[in-house]
Design a protein around this ligand. Structure first.
Ligand code: 16G
Length: 142
């Protein structure tokens, strides 16, 4: 497990994300620009799992920090793009990623950590302390 590196374009990172949702045809230049923007913001912690022999990226999770004015200028954490390659399911990799991300978020002092997921994954995430907060999740797509 390690932070995402700019070389991971060549290690199948986008193909892994494609197992979660549509990624699109991203050229290496666009990848590098996006990677740099995320790095420079200081608000993204992207943790990947690399298969040591092949260097293939087989797991990902992202902690995004959102700066707020409320609660004395606190940080809020969001967990995004949690995905494990389907060939590596059942080996505890998702659990390892989530355990690390929750610990990291706590260490960084977020006051709340949240995520969106499909209904069948609620039980998985509840293991790591998430629960329904009573609020409704609303979205509009463009
Ligand atoms: C899931 C992901 C979210 C991702 C979204 C993409 C987790 C915990 N949640 O909800 O981070 O952005 O899928 O789906 O990994 P979409 O393309 O339908 O918005």
């Amino acid at each position: 497990m390690r932070p995402l590196s700019s070389n991971d374009y060549k290690n199948g990172y986008l193909a892994l994300l494609e197992q979660l949702t549509t990624v699109g045809d991203i050229h290496e230049i666009q990848w590098k620009k996006t990677f740099d923007r995320m790095c420079n913001s200081g608000m993204y912690y992207v943790v990947v799992i690399e298969e040591i022999n092949t260097h293939k990226i087989v797991g990902n999770s992202t902690l995004f920090l959102e700066q707020k004015f409320i609660h004395n200028c606190v940080l809020r954490g969001r967990v995004e793009e949690v995905v494990v390659d389907k060939e590596y399911n059942g080996q505890g990799l998702g659990k390892a990623l989530m355990t690390l991300l929750v610990a990291l978020a706590e260490h960084l002092g977020v006051y709340k950590l949240s995520l969106e997921c499909r209904p069948h994954l609620v039980g998985f995430y509840e293991q790591f302390g998430y629960k329904n907060d009573g609020g409704q999740y609303l979205v509009q797509r463009f």
